[in-house]
Ligand binder design. Structure first.
Ligand SMILES: [Fe+2]
Ligand SMILES: [Fe+2]
Length: 212
């Protein structure tokens, strides 16, 4: 019974993920942070900066969907699979919020998303095939790097863009919790070389997604 519901959840996530990759609209479970805040028109420069940063964040969430679902698919322990899928659902909210904000800013998602999506699926499978402790270690490290990255965005987003800032602040808190959860569930600390390679990959992705 439990395995069946887990399969259901997996299929539900896979469906969201495919829709994310094909840009047919992400789903939303929680209200968008800052929805009640004013949205004054931004100048051309600040608007371009905000759109670039929110596009990077949207691509990060496309990657998060691919990583979490592929890791859940290959997880050996049922509880860990449930935890990965629960986190993936929260990432689905992030995906929706970023997409919605990009539309409000009159901009678009990254044209390279399908590329990052496929690459992230492959990386997620490799992480999962290494065993649950390494897979969780990968989640913890990814989430900690994302928290640092979102902190950087909070420093770069225009002060007057209250809505983007509210979204990023909420995402940051969620990612922090995802990292802490992974640690509590027994994440293995990754070797320094792997952490460094992850950082380089993220840098390539964020640089390209900002512009394209
Ligand atoms: Fe996220
Ligand atoms: Fe996360």
């Amino acid at each position: 019974m439990r395995a069946y519901s887990s399969l259901d959840r997996l299929l539900e996530r896979a469906d969201s993920l495919l829709r994310a990759a094909t840009r047919t609209g992400a789903e939303q479970r929680r209200p968008t942070p800052g929805d009640e805040l004013p949205d004054p028109p931004l100048g051309q420069g600040p608007r371009r900066t905000a759109a670039g940063l929110m596009r990077v964040n949207h691509t990060g969430e496309v990657c998060a969907q691919a990583l979490y679902v592929s890791q859940a698919a290959l997880a050996r322990d049922e509880d860990k699979r449930h935890a990965l899928l629960e986190a993936a659902r929260e990432e689905g909210d992030h995906l929706y919020w970023c997409e919605q904000r990009l539309t409000e800013l009159g901009s678009h998602t990254s044209r390279l998303d399908p590329l990052w999506f496929v690459g992230s699926c492959a990386i997620g499978m490799v992480a999962a095939a290494s065993g649950d402790r390494w897979s969780l270690g990968f989640v913890e490290e990814t989430e900690r790097q994302v928290v640092a990255h979102l902190d950087g965005h909070l420093g770069r987003l225009p002060d007057e863009d209250l809505r983007s800032r509210a979204i990023v602040a909420m995402m940051r808190d969620d990612e922090q919790r995802h990292a802490d959860d992974a640690q509590l569930r027994g994440a293995a600390p990754l070797p320094a070389a792997v952490r460094q390679a992850m950082g380089w990959t993220a840098r390539v992705m964020t640089t390209l997604s900002y512009w394209v």
